[in-house]
Design a protein. Structure first.
Length: 584
């Protein structure tokens, strides 16, 4: 088979992806009916996966031919400075990526895990309100009890407070713009790292995928610590590659600092950080026989990543750290299919299983300590998925630390394939293929990613939250049974309270070995210990599922408000007097 035949699979995949993209654009992603046939395409995930599969076939054909023609092999690293045209293209790429992230940035952050985003928003609001000096704002000081909301160091919240202070008002668009800027900085670091192992083409595609994959578009503009952590991981990868190339004290110090920052921003990155460093040092020990130096350096990595987190946990979190950490691992699920099926599903949502498979195969395209470091990062991610088996199976953003690692490997794989094709077909043909592939992928990614960053029915949800806050006179003693654990009511209604467990929480408790036998007993206990006065339920369907709880409240408490979309119970007085369990 001649090398030019390698174009057939990737061309077929590109044409199929282009056709699917145009179909979705024309149909608006809705159901299209033709006679008795009904076709519905809501996502480009499947067409993109097919494209990656065809691309892998083309790459294998070229790699097989390269073994027959070793004289055609080339060196893929590139140390030449950026040319003017290349620099202009990169600037345009980053401008387009930033502009895409500014799309509807002023809308409420309901597009990506609102619970986590509003959790951060409430913390940032309280920290910001504590800096206000006006007499009319004094009631805001200490309004929210944010002590129980902290887990990671509030770096993203503090940057938001700084932005609020500069702007002179609270605006949730500001921290989301800051997250986007950090993500773009991480893409620049990733590009520099890939230039060291796969040349210009691989670096370009690695940064391109990191910036424009649909999940990256939505996740990189969220008000969470994760975008900052992923950006720090990109700089850590660059530092590790620099240290591999030149193992000097300065490059080691840079690696240690970036590792410490990434883990400090969010501790779950420690698995990838330590995995990459450990395997890289293992390679050096095996090839250079520097075992003592390797052990000492690895101890430095352990110290630099553990000391900042330990100090923060001990000084600011105390006993809350252990409870929140171990609540993410459920031993009862270890020998069931639930965490592994969920993990594959979340991985497919975040990156795509076929794309990840391509990245795994790309380990064969890198060499030496770089291969060991990237393999160690993948091993660290696998260990992380096993340790946090519940959250990795139910939370797609838990897979964000894998994005830069996979983009590095995918960029190296694509760069190697394009370089082989260039060796056989010439520079012009390679440039045409690269431009076509970039254009089709960009169109497909934007077509799928743009709808992810639009919030639906945000006006009605916000107005309902504000109405609930006014109905209870912005009480600080409430129980909330509402979407997103009541964070919208807390934020827009200026209400403080405890979220009531929903069906997912009850299932989680059963997996932990506990079961809520009597919801009325739990309610009475909360009334006594937390001094709650109101029960606000805007998730009416969930309240109907907990029929025993609803009947108990209907029998014992007065409904201040009751309609189709919300109900509020006054818990301060019982219709039949205090229940027996409350009497002293």
């Amino acid at each position: 088979m001649k090398p030019r035949y390698a174009l057939i699979p990737v061309t077929a995949g590109a044409l199929f992806l282009l056709a699917a993209t145009l179909f979705i654009i024309v149909s608006g992603g809705s159901t299209v009916k033709a006679g008795g046939l009904s076709i519905s395409i809501h996502s480009l995930r499947a067409p993109v996966s097919i494209f990656w599969a065809f691309f892998m076939i083309s790459a294998f054909i070229l790699l097989a031919w390269e073994k027959k023609s070793p004289a055609e092999s080339r060196k893929y690293e590139d140390r030449e400075p950026l040319q003017r045209l290349e620099l202009i293209l990169l600037i345009l790429l980053f401008i387009a990526a930033f502009a895409l992230r500014l799309y509807k940035i002023t809308m409420p952050p309901l597009d990506f895990h609102p619970t986590r985003q509003y959790n951060n928003a409430i913390i940032a609001r309280q920290l910001y309100c504590n800096t206000l000096k006006a007499p009319e704002d004094r009631w805001k000081h200490g309004f929210y009890n944010v002590d129980d909301l902290f887990l990671e160091p509030p770096v993203s919240e503090m940057t938001a407070v700084l932005a609020y202070r500069i702007a002179g008002c609270e605006n949730l668009a500001l921290p989301r713009i800051i997250s986007s800027i950090f993500w773009l900085a991480g893409a620049a670091a990733l590009y520099c790292a890939l230039r060291r192992i796969s040349g210009r083409t691989g670096a370009f595609f690695g940064a391109f995928l990191f910036l424009f994959m649909p999940f990256s578009i939505a996740s990189s503009r969220c008000f969470m610590p994760d975008p900052l952590m992923v950006s720090a991981l990109c700089f850590y990868i660059l530092a590790i590659f620099r240290y591999i190339e030149k193992p000097s004290a300065g490059n080691l110090a840079l690696s240690l600092v970036t590792a410490a920052i990434a883990v400090f921003l969010k501790g779950m990155s420690v698995f990838i950080v330590i995995g990459g460093a450990g395997m890289m040092l293992l390679y050096r020990a095996l090839t250079e026989r520097r075992w003592k130096e390797g052990v000492f350096t690895f101890a430095l990595f352990l110290a630099m990543t553990s000391i900042p987190v330990s100090l923060y946990a001990a000084l600011f979190l105390g006993g809350r750290f252990g409870g929140r950490l171990f609540g993410r691992f459920l031993p009862s699920l270890t020998f069931t299919l639930i965490p592994y099926a969920g993990w594959l599903n979340m991985l497919d949502i975040a990156l795509g299983v076929v794309f990840v498979a391509m990245a795994l195969l790309a380990l064969a395209t890198v060499r030496g300590a770089v291969r060991f470091a990237l393999a160690g990062m993948l091993i660290g991610y696998a260990a992380f998925a096993l340790v946090f088996n519940f959250h990795c199976a139910t939370h797609d953003y838990y897979h964000m630390p894998l994005i830069p690692v996979v983009c590095v490997l995918a960029g190296a794989f694509i760069g190697r394939t394009v370089s082989l094709f260039e060796a056989y077909a010439g520079t012009r043909a390679s440039a045409v293929m690269t431009a076509c592939m970039t254009g089709i992928l960009l169109l497909a990614f934007v077509t799928e990613g743009a709808p992810r960053i639009t919030a639906q029915e945000c006006v009605s949800q916000i107005s309902l939250a504000e109405e609930m806050g006014c109905a209870v006179n912005h009480s600080r003693n409430t129980i909330l049974l509402a979407p997103y654990y009541g964070d919208l009511i807390k934020y827009y209604g200026w209400v403080e309270g405890s979220p009531w467990p929903d069906s997912r929480d009850l299932q989680y408790w059963e997996w932990e070995g506990e079961k809520l036998k009597d919801p009325s007993e739990l309610l009475l206990r909360w009334i006594e210990r937390r001094h709650v006065k109101y029960f606000i339920a805007t998730d009416v369907k969930e309240l109907e599922k907990q029929r025993e709880l609803a009947e108990f409240m209907d029998s014992n408490y007065q409904a201040l408000l009751k309609r189709d979309d919300a109900v509020i119970y006054d818990l301060s007085q019982s219709r039949q007097g205090l229940p027996s369990t409350m009497q002293k």
